[in-house]
Design a protein around this ligand. Sequence first.
Ligand code: SER
Length: 884
Amino acid sequence: MKSQDIRKAYLQFFESKGHLIVPSAPIVLKDDPTLMFNNSGMAQFKEYFLGNATPKSPRITDTQKCLRVSGKHNDLEDVGFDTYHHTMFEMLGNWSFGDYFKKEALPWAWEFLTEVLKLDKDRLYVSVFEGNEAENVPFDQEAFDIWKQFVSEDRIILGNKKDNFWEMGDQGPCGPCSEIHIDLRTDEERAAVSGRSLVNADHPQVVEIWNNVFMEFNRKADGSLEKLPAQHVDTGMGFERLCMAMQGVTSNYDTDVFTPLIQKVEQITGLKYTSNEVKNISEEQNKTNIAIRVIVDHVRAVAFAIADGQLPSNTGAGYVIRRILRRAIRYGFTFLNTKEAFIYELVAVLANQMGEFFPEIKKQQTLVTNVIREEEASFLRTLDQGLVLLKDLMLAHTGQISKEKLEIGGDYIFKLYDTFGFPEDLTALILKENGFTYDKNGFNEELQKQKSRSRAASEVSTDDWKILVEGNTESFVGYDQVENEVKITRIRKVDSKKDGVLYQIVLDATPFYPEGGGQVGDKGTLVSANETIEIIDTKKENNLILHFAKKLPENVNASFIAKVNTDLRADSSKNHSATHLMHQALRSVLGTHVEQKGSLVNPNNLRFDFSHFSKVTDEELQQVEAFVNARIQEQLPLIERRSIPIKQALDEGAMALFGEKYGDNVRAIKFGESMELCGGIHVNNTADIWYFKIVSEGAVAAGIRRIEAITGDAVKAFFASQENTLNEVKIALKNPQDVLKATLSLQDENTKLKKQLEVLLKEKAKNMKAELAKELQEVNGIQFLAKQVDLNPEGAKDLAYELGNLGQNLFLVLATAEEGKPMLTCYISKELVADKNLNAGQVVRDLGKFIQGGGGGQPFFATAGGKNAAGIPEALAKAIDFVK
Ligand code: SER
């Protein structure tokens, strides 16, 4: 069976058992601070397990794009080295939300595997939770008894808490699980060693394919378990492993999920991948295979993350994606000898293969390709720079001390890694090739220090919810009201390094808008008869609206008036509505390839990222501004459709975004011809925006531009400040009639003067040359001079070269302090570099310490800038040590 058909068979099977098929959620999670990415099928349904929302069907099935590259479930470093772990994989799942339980779930799993897919029963093993006294959870007798109807007892394995009790994180819903494992070894191997003994033993051909979790507990902050109000089923089957079992191969990478990608890599690199059936391969071939697996695995994770709106970046989830891609690039660079971008070429293959089921990858193929190509090119440049730095480093070391001492400090290697993203293993390889070693312990120490710094910075402890009003599901009334009488239904304390102690408050019916759709959360107050509590932010988490406060009211049971800060909200809504109009304007001016890729709407300004392949010209920006301002002048009223079927909204031309999860019914916001699916807060009429002004345009990534703009009062302030500046310029120019003309003529004059000055300085250096030549001192046969000169650094350089032309064996250190900025320039005649092992780079690095600075250059000429001009005399005094 082809992988496409296996996926379909699974979904159809569970549909026939009364399940509703839903699409995969985007790979990047929103509204859940405990997870960056979807790491299992159940993540998108957490709100149902927690009882914060009701699912549209108690039985759901899907295939979910998952990423296990951070947090509790992280497989990244294993990927490539084995044949069955991945960064991105699909998890087939079926769910019961308080509906069926073990006696349906397990027989269905068995039926699907053995009757629909007709997998060999003799190859299957199952596991059951053995129980745990400390947790007070008994042996799962029920699952055991169910399995006994299908398999002999010797195929049922009892597993401990690690293997058979599933938890998605440190807190939250969890429960015992029952796994199904498959033994794909040959008959001879199976006869020799029992499959049972290899279950959960990291054998590549005896692997878990399906996990059936029976959610009945909630793990609390103190580590204890409490019963959930209802019992749920959460199952997850590894799609790629199932394909391996069904396609008669022994590696996920030999299934049709990966073979087309592998063939493309072979075609690009001219290298061959050997399937898992080929045994006794050379060390070289093994390395090639690992690198190819890394690349074809990682490109999937990166491409789908980008398609779901997560661009590679330097922080958070974006940084994780960047690191995955860089891991792929350096495996190619080191083991496949790819020195130019090539991974982007795999996107077309991927889109072709997966695009039918996951249209987001097909529709955004060009964007994904461009982003990956640019990331590759830029990291390859970094690798090149790193190579130059490494060469310098090695040169400095050989030039400086005795040739035996070839170990390089761990802190240098760490700096290369940390600042330039230069991977340690690659550095190690290059150093080794050149006869160097480095202090690995020193490197690890630095790495540990950095890790504990960032761990400390992100430490958060979250208490359990304190429920004040049972069973209340909260509602949002903020589209119609900015004030409401409310009760607090639950509270929780969160203590983090970043924000200190904060309280999260949930209300029964809140007017506060929670951060979402780019718009920041409302601020405001909770006011009771006796006190006022400031709400500093509002966010959504697993379908709860959390109000953040620095302190709790004395009486949490009192009635409160929840009051939104309407000034801030009004400013945000102007920016939000302007964002919609600008989106429409960009599509009209630049073309319909423009799609929103990120948005931030706050009271001060708006920021909008969108797909577009080149710089937006000044003229185009003016057109966009004019387009939006025309819509403002037309005074278009807000048309809000609070809840319409998504299909109807899309048919009417509403814009939907990739990477967003939409329900069956959606809210649509219309101003004239602009129509978007949106949950945000908007102005009642475009006239309220007053005026729209773009303040910047730039690149965020390949093919992604960013515009920042302002509206309303911010524009008034902007114009006022522009006018002010102009007035100040006029005064500074002594009130000329024509400011522009006066400025241009000033510039002209300045250029002329600069030229004259250059000539004068050159002459001065020449005069100095004659004087300084007299001051040269002979030390150990070397013509030595260390002196501060009254020149700029350029002049010092000219002077050094001029003196260099005078004769041989010259060692020169010149110091300058133009505008108080100290600078050392060292010149050493070529023959001294060669014969006496002197190195100007090393000289300026050593002497640079006295002026609190550093620098480098070549062995015969180098410069160092610093911060402390008072150190010049000492630096000059020490220079003689080098020639002595
Ligand atoms: N949550 C379980 C897992 O991820 C089953 O879906 O393994």
